[in-house]
Design a protein around this ligand. Structure first.
Ligand code: ATP
Length: 277
């Protein structure tokens, strides 16, 4: 799999967290809102799909992909939107959102209300792997999205999603294991986990949890013709996670640069498409 185009776009989203890109103020901007268990991320693209501004915040307002703190979620989306509008000097009017595969209509609506409450019209509700695939462009294989709360997977055949699953094991569990191991609090464990210089040491501690995630994937893909696993989601930023997956599943496993930003970017790329799941 050639991640060149995806990696280039992801690098530009990374840059847009700190630098605001140039754009024509009269053009319609595309917004993606990723409401996650661990992070809320907003990505803004111009009409040519160039990333121009992004904002994110750590927030524990969802559990297993569902909004559990409606007021908290709404406040953070409003704040992030306001920060973006301040940077861009224009009002953001439309946004796409995504939910984990299998989310009920009622729960999808809650996501929608959180975003609409901030003053943006929701133009598309996608499932998360479909959003990620807008960036990756995979025809065949399985996209595994490991976020804060869940491991989601989608099997693709000829570019179409033919199977999805979502299981409640994610990055939060890794942090809990690190916290227990070092007898530190959760926040400190989160920091250590994301420290590049400590990822080798961390992998030794969290390897059993990653093996469990890989086992979940292996069991779900059994019976399907899967030659490749593609890792996305914040937890897949961990160094060498792809090697643990490959060993455990026996399936070639790769990931793009900064897997954390793939889904938020893919959501924004779908802002123009109306799709109700
Ligand atoms: P979910 O998809 O489960 O609802 P989410 O959308 O918040 O959650 P992501 O934003 O994809 O999930 O990922 C968040 C998780 O990724 C958190 O557990 C966070 O600690 C972890 N994470 C983020 N960056 C890194 C990093 N550099 N190294 C390791 N883990 C990371």
């Amino acid at each position: 799999m050639d991640f060149t185009r995806a990696n280039e776009l992801i690098s530009r989203v990374e840059k847009s967290l700190n630098e605001t890109g140039k754009f024509n103020k009269s053009e319609e901007l595309l917004v993606g809102v990723d409401l996650g268990t661990a992070y809320i991320v907003l990505v803004v693209l111009d009409k040519e799909m160039n990333p121009i501004a992004s904002e994110m915040q750590f927030a524990q307002v969802l559990k297993d992909g569902l909004v559990v703190d409606y007021i908290g979620a709404s406040r953070i989306v409003r704040e992030l939107k306001a920060r973006l509008e301040e940077r861009l000097g224009v009002e953001l009017l439309k946004a796409a959102i995504a939910v984990p595969p299998g989310t009920s209509e009622r729960d999808s609506k809650t996501h929608r209300y959180v975003v609409e409450g901030s003053g943006m019209e929701v133009t598309a509700i996608l499932d998360e792997p479909t959003a990620a695939n807008a960036v990756l462009g995979i025809e065949n294989g399985v996209i595994v999205d490991i976020g804060g709360g869940t491991t989601g997977l989608s099997i693709l055949e000829d570019g179409k999603v033919i199977y999805t699953a979502d299981e409640a094991t994610g990055g939060t569990h890794l942090s809990l294991v690190i916290a227990g191991n070092y007898r530190i609090d959760f926040e400190e464990a989160e920091k250590i986990k994301k420290d590049k210089d400590r990822q080798k040491e961390i992998l030794t501690i969290v390897r059993p949890v990653i093996q469990k995630m890989a086992t979940i994937v292996r069991e779900h893909v059994e019976g399907y013709d899967v030659d490749d696993i593609y890792l996305v989601g914040g937890t897949c930023c961990l160094d060498d996670i792809e090697e643990v997956f490959e060993k455990e599943t026996g399936v070639r496993t790769t990931k793009p640069k900064n897997p954390f930003l793939v889904t938020p970017l893919g959501i924004a790329m779908n802002c123009r498409i109306r799709e109700v799941i």
